[in-house]
Design a protein around this ligand. Structure first.
Ligand code: URP
Ligand code: ZN
Ligand code: ZN
Length: 486
């Protein structure tokens, strides 16, 4: 039996035996028991013996999924003059309530700040997390020391993915020369480069033109960031990755143009990945004209797209046919008072919304129950693929002996409605307010301990661990069409 770790935190104090659930991995579905001990899955089989002290969950008629992994969240992020409303404690608690047992946040040093200094700041914030975490390391500017810092981040700190923003001009945005350097050095290290793909210069000009006309309400946010701006940047990022043989992962894809760019690259043999988020699948741009400034709650970048132009279908199809690889959330909530910073100017509305708690139920209800993909594909998109792409597999992302005991027991018979009134996030708005959902996580086991049951959390501040990763592919692999191999 597990006890306490060196810091006195309980670690799977009791074993947990999950009986008779239908285990669903990315490849299999079968009914069996799962025994957890010491934070690990220790046995899977029929009629496993209950050991003294084991807590037992009867999962008959329910699914057992590997803990979901959110590859895209921003807890406690200083952004646009404020800070995102969920810190690492409330954000990871909210994640657990929604069946997500690990997160990948973004460590975002300021331009000119060293990556290692940024890492120290993020480690200070993240130590109160209740679920396991790692980060993508953002590069927000280039200097002569950056290549060596990138090496240290990967080899000494086990952070094997980077992030570049091609938008947010004057803040986080990198230019093409900087993008070139990041791709080049990441390729040498075998690291993945995650990319926010929007043409930040074009956005800047569109914003100026709208401002000159006095078009400053939240409904003009999407006008300033049309899908062509995203498609162009997606293509440019992928070409820059190809130039160096780097692995690119395009975050929060929203539109046909960017899916087309990704498909082209994949069909040409390039190793690259695409992520979308539930809001881009399920909402359309009519949200921006809600009265009383409520449209501001939906302001995020890239923006939610019109419903009549095929973007939603392109994303759903990509998820089912394997052209898109994962569903993250871009969880980055701001309370309505914070959104009011942009009451008279949409450019000042902090960009982002909550989502980490909604993802599994939205995928199950609108993906699986509506026949868009099957249960195994849902597990792949929300757990196994993020784990594989970002070097967490097989410790996480599947149910297997020796894997972390991060498990979701999901009751498909439950019915509910998503609402800010009932979610655990500190956000006072839900962009999925009133959406009916099928099924719910009835139990969530994290690190071998039941941390969510009967709608209630039982989490421990600081119990989440930083998970070190190793690169998943050799630098400059032959599978990558690289023009430059130095
Ligand atoms: O609007 C968004 N997406 N906010 C969070 C930062 C980012 O671009 O991912
Ligand atoms: Zn972004
Ligand atoms: Zn983001």
């Amino acid at each position: 039996m597990a006890g306490h770790d060196a810091r006195g935190r309980s670690m799977g104090v009791f074993g947990v035996l999950i009986r008779n659930g239908e285990i669903v991995t990315a490849s299999d579905r079968y009914v069996a028991d799962v025994q957890c001990d010491g934070g690990k899955v220790v046995a899977i089989g029929k009629n496993l013996n209950q050991r003294a002290g084991d807590q037992t969950i009867d999962a008959s008629g329910q699914f057992v999924f590997p803990g979901f992994i959110d590859p895209h969240v921003h807890m406690e992020l200083p952004f646009m003059g404020t800070v995102s409303a969920d810190d690492f404690e409330s954000g990871t608690a909210s994640a657990i309530a929604g069946g997500t047992t690990s997160i990948i946040d973004f460590c975002i040093p300021n331009r000119g700040q060293s990556l290692l200094e940024g890492l120290e700041i993020w480690n200070g914030r993240a130590k109160k997390a209740v679920a396991d975490y790692t980060y993508h390391m953002a590069i927000t500017g280039w200097s002569d020391t950056m290549g060596e810092e990138m090496r240290k981040v990967v080899e000494d700190h086990g952070i094997t993915s980077f992030k570049v923003f091609m938008a947010y001009k004057g803040a986080l945005m990198v230019d093409d020369g900087e993008l070139y350097e990041v791709m080049k050095h990441a390729a040498k290290l075998g690291a993945v480069v995650t990319v926010h793909a929007e043409n930040g210069d074009a956005v800047w000009h569109l914003q100026r033109e709208l401002a000159a006309r006095g078009d400053l309400g939240p409904e003009f946010h999407p006008v300033s960031r049309p899908s062509s701006v995203e498609g162009e940047a997606t293509n440019r990022a992928l070409m820059m990755a190809r130039l160096h043989g780097a692995t690119a992962y395009i975050v929060h894809m929203t539109c046909c143009e960017s899916v087309e760019a990704l498909v082209r690259a994949k069909l040409q043999g390039q190793k690259c990945f695409g992520e979308t988020c539930p809001q881009y699948l399920l909402l359309d741009d009519t949200v921006f004209v809600k009265p009383d400034f409520e449209g501001a709650s939906y302001v995020m970048s890239p923006p939610i797209r019109p419903g009549h132009m095929g973007h939603h279908d392109a994303l759903w199809r990509g998820l089912s046919n394997g052209m898109l690889d994962s569903v993250g959330t871009d969880h980055c909530p701001f309370r309505f008072e914070q959104k009011k910073m942009g009451l008279h100017d949409f450019m000042k509305i902090p960009n982002g919304a909550a989502g980490v708690e909604d993802r599994l139920q939205m995928l199950y209800t609108y993906g699986v129950c509506e026949g868009r993909f099957d249960l195994q594909r849902m597990v792949a998109l929300g757990s196994t693929n993020p784990a594989r792409i970002f070097g967490l597999y097989p410790r996480k992302g599947t149910i297997a002996v020796g894997a972390d005991a991060d498990l979701v027991v999901y009751d498909p018979a439950a019915r509910g409605t998503r609402s800010a009134k009932t979610h655990y996030s500190k956000s006072d708005r839900s962009i999925f307010e009133g959406f009916p959902v099928r099924g719910k996580p009835s139990y969530v086991v994290v690190n071998g301990r039941i941390q969510f049951a009967d709608g209630k959390l039982d989490v421990e501040r600081g119990a989440g661990r930083f998970i070190k990763r190793t690169v998943t592919r050799a630098p400059h692999s032959a599978d990558q069409p690289a023009a430059v191999r130095t």
